[in-house]
Ligand binder design. Structure first.
Ligand code: SF4
Ligand code: SF4
Length: 260
């Protein structure tokens, strides 16, 4: 009797890309050595800029994209990736919100800042104002963080590879801070954005006595107006509170502060 051949199983095709940023999110994936070996076994890695010098590219089931879009060349590249990818996930603060390079997002000063820093030079590729990935293409899922948390990252990857929707963290940093039984920094009048910031980092900064600066991005149901009033009662002006939360809030924070 003829032997029945095993049906070849096509592994999900994955690409990992980096645009303008520090590459910290790709580093988090690579440094999680136990998990990265499982990932390479479970998926067909078609592109991983930091881990492979000879990526085969082609169509993708999932593209993970780090970094903000800051040049015309990057804008064309992300549009080309989007055409090839069934699912696109923005990973890290720069990709999700624009990153610290977008702290002056939409204030009209981009051309002046560019000229002040670089003068009248000719660029290899034209710079554009730094913006998150979803300013240029549709994003299916977001994985915030600066950098991302490896456990959250591999939980999301695992669910996507099994055909399930990722589960976003529903709680703010404050929730995780309470679980760690930290003394609240607000009691010492320290400017902590924990109540306004998405959870997922395990309250990494307040665990060490440092205020949260909001790098996981805005928590959608945060009471922004009330918390800003509290922070102003510590002696800060409204402008100073806004300036600080925009450091990591980029484009995403604008809708939360526009009416305050
Ligand atoms: S220290 Fe910050 S994160 Fe922790 S409970 Fe207070 S406001 Fe929330
Ligand atoms: S506590 Fe705030 S600033 Fe620190 S890692 Fe978490 S989200 Fe980022």
């Amino acid at each position: 009797m003829a032997k029945v051949k095993d049906t070849p199983v096509q592994k999900p095709r994955i690409g990992v890309y980096g645009f303008t940023g520090c590459a910290g999110d790709q580093l988090i994936l690579i440094h999680t050595e136990d998990e990265i070996l499982n990932l390479f076994a479970a998926a067909d890695i078609r592109s991983f800029v930091m881990a492979s010098s000879n990526p085969p590219e082609g169509d993708l089931d999932v593209a993970f994209v780090e970094g903000s879009i800051s040049t015309e060349e990057e804008r064309e590249h992300i549009q080309e990736i989007r055409k090839r990818a069934k699912i696109l996930v923005a990973i890290g603060n720069c990709a999700v919100s624009g990153g610290p390079q977008a702290m002056f997002a939409n204030d009209g000063s981009f051309a002046k800042r560019l000229r002040d820093v670089y003068g009248e030079v000719k660029f290899i590729t034209d710079p554009i104002e730094a913006a998150p990935i979803d300013a240029h293409v549709t994003v299916d899922y977001y994985l915030p963080g600066c950098p991302i948390d490896s456990q959250q990252a591999f939980a999301l990857i695992s669910r996507l590879l099994h055909g399930a929707d990722p589960e976003p963290s529903l709680h703010p940093v404050c929730h995780e801070c309470k679980l760690h039984e930290n003394r609240c920094l607000l009691l010492d009048k320290k400017l902590c954005f924990g109540p306004l910031t998405k959870g997922g980092c395990g309250s990494a900064c307040p665990n060490h006595g440092l205020p949260c600066v909001g790098c996981w991005g805005p928590q959608a149901d945060g009471n922004f107006r009330q918390h800003f009033e509290l922070l102003q009662s510590f002696g800060l002006s409204k402008e100073e509170v806004f300036r600080r939360i925009k450091n990591y809030g980029g484009h995403k924070i604008l809708e939360f502060i526009k009416d305050i």
